[in-house]
Design a protein around this ligand. Structure first.
Ligand code: CUA
Length: 339
């Protein structure tokens, strides 16, 4: 009977271990997202993590060893009696050492918090980041105007970039694991944050606060360029689209766009489309994804998205647009010319 119970316990333990390993293995099916720090703030956070890990390790090992000794004595039928130096153990092991460890941990945490909250040097560039349902509006201002793009934050590499975070709907959380920690976007409470990418590259970002049905499809990219390349990108991004005239290539596509429901939600700078409910489409063709990382921005996906984005991202504000095929092709060609 006792033997049967022990065997059952072994089986349960084995099954649990296999399930945990299977879960770890299956998690490899998800797209690989790196947690390797690639920026100043993320490095400080990783340092804190390792500090905490190595600080906790000896305590953990000591507790496990003491526990094993006690189990061994108990299983041999020996009596576990308090020793004379029990009090010393309690004072050192239960008070002094933990207090010192907590003090060290607290100091390092405060030091890291200060380091990740404010950039070491004043940032020259400030990027506006607005959390929407469910995408990100990204704004660049100069003395004349603020231009918007969506779901892609282009920055110069190797320098701190300030972010002005805001939300006019629900709470979102801005997170680029490789570059910095998380920062919530609280409606009505504009907040500052910053990023720095040590090297040019593309870094994945994700909303990290549940914000509704499509929270999981609220991705974004941080694209860090060499500073000169970034200046060129910004210069290009500032250019409005050209208002096309009859006889111009893609004129029909533009007219379909301006004559349909598209104009009720989107902006294409330079044309009559100036609504700000959905993402700005002035340079839509230069972006990598559609629907905040839902689909890759290629012709077939763009067509499917226009016809019925609800099948990819149910609940988003864009209604299905069942256009006649010639109109759809015209609008596709027009949108893909907006680079
Ligand atoms: Cu926005 Cu989750």
């Amino acid at each position: 009977m006792v033997k049967g119970r022990a065997a059952r316990r072994w089986w349960c333990g084995g099954a649990l271990l296999v399930s945990v390993l299977a879960l770890l293995w299956l998690s490899g099916c998800a797209e690989v997202r790196s947690l390797q720090p690639q920026g100043l703030a993320a490095e400080r956070i990783a340092d804190l993590w390792w500090f905490q890990f190595f600080l906790a390790l000896p305590f953990f090992l000591a507790v496990v060893i003491l526990l094993l000794i006690a189990i061994r004595r108990h299983s041999r039928g020996g009596e576990v009696r308090p020793r004379n130096h029990g009090m010393t153990m309690i004072v050192w092991g239960g008070a002094i050492l933990p207090a010192l460890a907590m003090l060290a941990l607290m100091s390092h945490t405060i030091y890291t918090l200060v380091g990740v909250t404010e950039p070491a040097e004043r940032a020259e560039l400030t990027v506006e980041v607005q959390g929407k349902l469910w995408f990100w509006n990204i704004g660049y201002s100069n003395s004349d105007e603020t231009i918007f793009t969506a779901n892609e934050i282009h920055i110069p590499a190797g320098e701190p970039v300030a972010l002005a975070l805001s939300s006019d709907n629900v709470i979102h959380s801005f997170w680029v694991p490789e570059l910095n920690g998380k920062r919530d976007l609280i409606p009505g409470v504009p907040d500052g944050f910053w990023l720095q990418a040590n090297q040019p590259g593309t870094y994945h970002g994700q909303c990290a606060e549940f914000c509704g049905a499509q929270h999981a499809k609220m991705h974004f990219l941080v694209i860090a360029h060499e500073p000169e390349e970034f200046a060129q990108w910004l210069e290009q991004e500032r250019q409005p689209a050209r208002m096309l005239m009859e006889g111009d290539e893609n004129f029909r596509g533009q007219q379909v766009f301006l004559g349909s429901a598209c104009i009720g939600c989107h902006t294409i700078r330079g044309t009559d489309a100036s609504s700000t409910i959905g993402p700005d489409l002035t340079h839509i063709a230069s972006r990598q994804t559609l629907g905040a990382g839902t689909l890759r921005n290629v012709t077939g996906n763009l067509a499917a998205w226009i016809v019925d984005s609800q099948q990819f991202k149910p609940g988003n504000l864009m209604p299905p647009m069942p256009l006649p095929s010639e109109d759809l092709i015209a609008i596709l060609n027009y949108l893909q010319s907006l680079r």
